[in-house]
Design a protein. Structure first.
Length: 188
């Protein structure tokens, strides 16, 4: 029995000793796998802002119709906001600063009340004037070369209560967009 214990102890000692030492050379590399199929391009889920300029007139029924270009994908669940370039001011360096107002926007004029309003589908935006007086009496400053920014906001961003949607800068910040990234479209 002692000889079996001795043989077993020697074998165990050889196994423990043989596990130590420098690592051996690396084995040959394996074969490369097959390339998979390329996936489809994704869509922009961060939202977009477009700038349009147009004129309201009796000929277009005081309505500017803007169809989204093929480069802009709008889903029915997206939120579409329209801002009017209402005025400009200057910063401390004398540089112009745009003042944007979220539509609808009501103005009190000598003739009565004028409202800039809009409606939209996932295909287009219709910006229109409503008034309680004859709109042919409007001055060119209220109708000609009006500038609007249209923000397309994905539904998951629109449900964030921390966003002040009346502030275009806050909306653009949330969708990680700077003024230089706005596509400008002249409708006239």
């Amino acid at each position: 029995m002692n000889s079996i214990k001795t043989i077993f102890s020697i074998v165990l000692a050889l196994i423990v000793i043989s596990c130590e030492g420098p690592a051996g050379p690396p084995g040959p590399p394996g074969r490369d796998g097959f390339d998979g199929l390329d996936g489809q391009d994704g869509v922009n889920i961060l939202g977009q802002v477009l700038e349009i300029e147009g004129t309201f007139s009796a000929e277009n029924d005081y309505r500017i119709l803007f169809e989204f270009p093929q480069t802009v994908e709008v889903f029915e669940s997206d939120v579409v906001l329209v801002y009017l370039l209402f005025d400009q001011t200057e910063d401390s360096n004398g540089e112009p600063v745009d003042i944007w107002r979220l539509l609808p926007q009501t103005r009190i004029l000598d003739q009565g009340l004028l409202q800039y309003n809009y409606d939209h589908t996932f295909l287009d935006v219709s910006i229109f004037l409503e008034a309680d007086f004859d709109m042919s009496t409007l001055l060119p400053g209220d109708t000609d070369n009006q500038v609007f920014r249209i923000a397309v906001i994905p539904a998951e961003f629109a449900s964030d209560p921390s966003i002040d949607f009346s502030n275009l800068d806050a909306v653009m910040s949330k969708i990680n967009l700077e003024a230089g990234g706005i596509q400008q479209i002249d409708l006239d």
